[in-house]
Design a protein around this ligand. Structure first.
Ligand code: MG
Length: 172
């Protein structure tokens, strides 16, 4: 059984994951409008992954006999002056999510909630990946600078991203 404090904290994390999905969906729309279909596709996959993150937490609450409480999701930032600004926004957001996951893990430790700790270990690892991938985009967009040819090459490369292979198997 989840404690009230743990249940509340996981519900807040569900909201943050949905806010992430919404933020990435807005970025995907921005890139579609900016004729950068590769970045748009990358952001759309990210949007879908974030819903998966929220649903992992959703299932954990149910599996532990807890109650879901869904809260409002704020309007995401939708305008960016260039791709670098969008990815920098994404990186800041992921750093915020990492801090929230670590706080959640610390609470699970404090409460001796071993099941939640095990569930959250996946998220701790996932955040390393998220910051790595978004950080790579930030670095490469900085290198590309105002060079359109380099930007279009990056758009093409980011558009080749495949859905995360480990998504389904890690539930097993
Ligand atoms: Mg997430």
């Amino acid at each position: 059984m989840l404690s009230q404090a743990m249940q509340k904290a996981i519900n807040e994390q569900i909201n943050l994951e949905f806010a992430s999905s919404y933020a990435y969906l807005a970025m995907s729309a921005h890139f579609e409008s900016a004729s950068l279909p590769g970045f748009a596709a990358w952001m759309r996959l990210q949007y879908e992954e974030e819903i998966g993150h929220a649903m992992r937490l959703f299932d954990h609450i149910h599996d532990r006999g807890g109650a879901i409480q869904l809260a409002a999701i704020a309007e995401p930032k939708a305008k960016f002056k260039n791709p670098l600004e969008a990815f920098e926004t994404a990186l800041k957001h992921e750093q915020k999510v990492t801090a929230a996951i670590h706080k959640l893990y610390a609470l699970a430790r404090k409460e001796d909630d071993y099941a939640t700790q095990v569930m959250l270990e996946w998220f701790v690892r996932e955040q390393v990946e998220e910051e790595k991938n978004v950080g790579l985009a930030v670095d490469q967009l900085k290198m590309a600078g105002a060079d359109s040819a380099a930007l279009l090459m990056l758009d093409d490369r980011f558009g080749q991203r495949a859905p995360e292979a480990g998504e389904a198997e890690s539930e097993a």
